[in-house]
Design a protein around this ligand. Structure first.
Ligand SMILES: [Fe+2]
Length: 474
């Protein structure tokens, strides 16, 4: 039987001169990438090919290099070496980024948490596709819970994902949703995992990373459901399986990792005890520099959120981009600046107060003006404005924008149980809005007299106008 593409195509690792084109096939083969300037691909050239093999779940990406900045290309991925037949309709396209540092107006979207079927059956993503066209969105950042591997209701399995094949099957089920597939081939993506790519609120039990832990109620509930012991604990083997599927679907098409884990050169990331690697990466888009944190794969329960190597990378990045890029975005799958009464899971930065102080102190001490935190995870959206005091007394404003969920159970308590965050060097904390409905965030950058002005908007799943909007500095 002829193999076919079962997921994708999608465009990852967007930069000013290259992209990665990704897809997953039903079986072994060769993935061919075709790129052209004409919408019907009558001028298509073969940009490269990648072998699809069983050990990486028949997922692969072709690095397309030598592209021109700020240029629109059309593309197609095929499993044969014959060029795609020119069609009446347009092939999907992407537009390369501006040169790093170039002052440009642009807009992008971000959000998290997708469990299709739980409320609006993909409507937020269909709405986002409309916003993509209306607002000329250039990419979307997906901040975690791109699948819910452990939610047996709705993961396509009917049980907690346990093996590599299980985790792959969940991706195939969730990402095969028409709204997801349609959007992702038209809007370049940057992704990072949160907890549900592995299991709910998981962490390692020790820095050696021998085994993981999940909150204590899960083993009990899963025992009552009759799930096997492997589902009631979090073994190294299961985390390894989840991370393998994560690599295949979310990371292999992203920008190069800052500290690649051992094994990724062979598309088999290993979670070795002493390995300092993580899935953190950076990228730029014109005037904006992004650091995408990996807050999960080096987390040790109640001990650390990031390991030493990632802290160093973050600090070095900040020093490098602080003055060169007028806008800095720190992307964290979990919230830094939002807390709720009764949040006993402490699965966010509030559970690691020393490291949260360290992060805020880093921004204050280096006077990292125009730094914005992007986050998800909460199943509610918000904008928080925080004032930090630098060691010399100077005040600095940092914003946190949160968008969550695309589709998941809603966090209504966020509307009344939100509390102010009190931690040095924070001297002010203002919550501008909250929204507990399916939503997506949009950041628009517009230059006025040489100064970039930013607008953060939160859209629900159907209204063409934003539900809330803030303009920092106004
Ligand atoms: Fe979530």
């Amino acid at each position: 039987m002829a193999e076919r593409l079962v997921l994708g195509p999608l465009v990852g690792g967007l930069s000013h001169d290259r992209v990665n084109l990704w897809a997953r096939a039903s079986g072994p083969g060769m993935l061919h990438a075709w790129v052209g300037r004409q919408a019907d691909l009558s001028d298509a050239r073969l940009a490269g090919a990648a072998l699809l093999v069983a050990s990486s779940g028949f997922a692969g990406r072709v690095a397309v290099t030598g592209l021109r900045p700020e240029t629109t290309y059309h593309y197609a991925l095929t499993l044969t070496d014959t060029p795609p037949r020119p069609t009446a309709g347009a092939f999907p396209s992407f537009t390369t980024a501006p040169q790093p540092g170039e002052p440009r107006d642009f807009a992008f979207a971000f959000g998290s948490c997708f469990r299709p079927g739980v409320s609006n059956n993909g409507q937020t993503l269909r709405h986002l596709d409309g916003l993509r066209q209306a607002l000329d969105l250039r990419f979307v950042l997906l901040l975690g819970d791109q699948i819910y591997a452990d939610e047996w209701n709705g993961n396509g399995l009917g049980y907690v994902a346990l093996t590599e094949e299980d985790y792959r099957a969940v991706y195939r089920h969730v990402w095969g949703h028409p709204a997801w597939r349609n959007l992702m081939q038209r809007l370049p993506v940057f992704m990072i995992l949160d907890d549900h790519e592995v299991d709910d609120d998981w962490a390692w039990t020790s820095p050696e990373r021998y085994e993981g832990r999940i909150p204590p109620w899960h083993p009990i509930i899963r025992w009552f459901k009759g799930f096997p012991s492997e589902a009631r604990r979090l073994s190294h083997r299961r985390i390894q399986a989840a991370i393998q599927a994560y690599w295949e679907h979310q990371a292999m098409h992203g920008p190069p990792l800052l500290l690649p884990p051992d094994g990724i050169a062979h598309d088999r990331p290993l979670l070795l005890p002493a390995d300092q690697g993580s899935f953190a990466y950076t990228f730029t888009y014109g005037p904006a520099a992004f650091f995408v944190l990996d807050t999960r794969t080096q987390r040790v329960y109640k001990q650390r959120l990031l390991n030493r190597a990632q802290w160093e990378a973050l600090e070095n990045w900040l020093l490098k981009v602080k003055d060169r890029f007028p806008l800095k975005f720190i992307v964290s799958s979990i919230s830094v600046l939002f807390e709720m009464w009764g949040d006993f899971t402490r699965d966010r930065w509030n559970g690691y107060p020393d490291e949260r102080r360290r992060l805020l102190h880093l921004l204050a001490a280096h006077k990292a003006h125009n730094t914005f935190i992007l986050t998800g995870d909460l199943h509610s959206a918000h904008a928080v404005e925080a004032t930090l005091r630098a060691p010399d007394g100077e005040l600095l404003t940092v914003w946190e924008f949160c968008s969550s969920p695309f589709e998941q159970m809603l966090n209504k308590p966020a509307l009344f149980a939100a509390r102010h965050v009190h931690t040095p060097p924070l001297v002010g904390h203002r919550i501008h809005f909250r929204l507990a409905e399916p939503n997506v965030g949009v950041v628009q950058v517009r230059f006025e007299n040489g100064t970039p002005r930013l607008t953060f908007s939160i859209y629900d799943d159907r209204t063409p106008e934003p539900r809330y909007q803030v303009q920092p500095g106004r």
